[in-house]
Design a protein around this ligand. Structure first.
Ligand code: ATP
Ligand code: PRP
Length: 213
């Protein structure tokens, strides 16, 4: 049995049709089901439905052989036990540094609100700036307006959330999309089955349907 850890929410909405095109149709739609382990149409493949941040943990520990989660999550979780063979090209957005519209450039020790603590630390360290990082778990966009932070590092897609909260992009930190990850030991021990699954998903990403074969 091969187990695929799938990030629920936004990524599963886009990944489920992609997996179906790869011939790995989930027996139930994760959005409408309370089941956390879902069989698929492909013999010997099942899907675990998880929080995005937990996907690398399951794959790294071998509780899942493969996983699908955002690059933003992987940047925060630089695990040694993972391969990242495919950019799935879905759930695309950008991780950005954003400031209040018309704000002065942040000073020498900016206060940055984010849930991407490690990525933000590396980003500022790369510029030789020691930032004070304020960890939040959501609604980062409100932090500058209420004086909690000078700027934020968060995801932006349409820009509507930034605009609605009086913020603008100052700099891109990273381009984000969903990635396929693989447990390194599984790649060695079940090489044939794992690489066949990676290739199958890769063909679907490239726009080739699995067909009946
Ligand atoms: P939870 O709701 O469980 O706390 P979450 O808010 O990170 O987690 P989602 O909003 O479903 O869950 O986001 C999951 C992933 O989708 C993110 O890690 C990121 O890779 C991607 N993502 C998040 N926001 C956007 C967006 N606005 N546009 C495109 N992709 C996004
Ligand atoms: C994500 C992200 C931003 C917003 C960006 O939030 O954290 O707040 O999307 O998208 P936009 O540029 O198109 O407005 P999400 O909708 O997932 O809400 P949550 O993470 O706060 O639950």
């Amino acid at each position: 049995m091969l187990t695929v850890a799938l990030s629920k929410g936004r990524i599963s909405h886009e990944a489920t049709p992609l997996l179906a095109r790869a011939g790995i149709a989930l027996d139930e739609d994760p959005a409408g089901s309370r089941r956390l382990c879902i069989p698929t149409s492909l013999d010997g493949v099942r899907v675990l439905v998880l929080r995005a941040q937990d996907v690398p943990t399951f794959v790294e520990h071998g509780a899942a052989d493969l996983g699908i989660t955002g690059k933003d999550v992987l940047l925060e979780h630089p695990g040694a036990g993972l391969y990242e063979p495919l950019d799935l090209g879905i759930a695309r957005c950008r991780l950005v540094l954003a400031v209040r519209t018309g704000a002065e450039p942040p000073g020498s020790r900016p206060r940055v609100a984010t849930k991407y603590v490690e990525t933000t630390r590396r980003f500022f360290a790369g510029k030789g700036v020691q930032a004070e990082i304020i960890r939040l778990y959501g609604s980062m966009e409100i932090a500058p307006a209420v004086g909690l932070a000078d700027c934020i590092v968060d995801l932006v897609d349409t820009g509507a959330t930034l605009a609605a909260n009086g913020l603008v992009v100052r700099e891109e930190v990273a381009a984000i999309s969903a990635r396929l990850i693989v447990n390194k030991a599984a790649m060695k021990l079940s090489h044939g089955r794992v690489s066949a699954l990676v290739e199958r998903i890769g063909r679907a990403v490239a726009g080739e349907d699995a067909g009946c074969s």
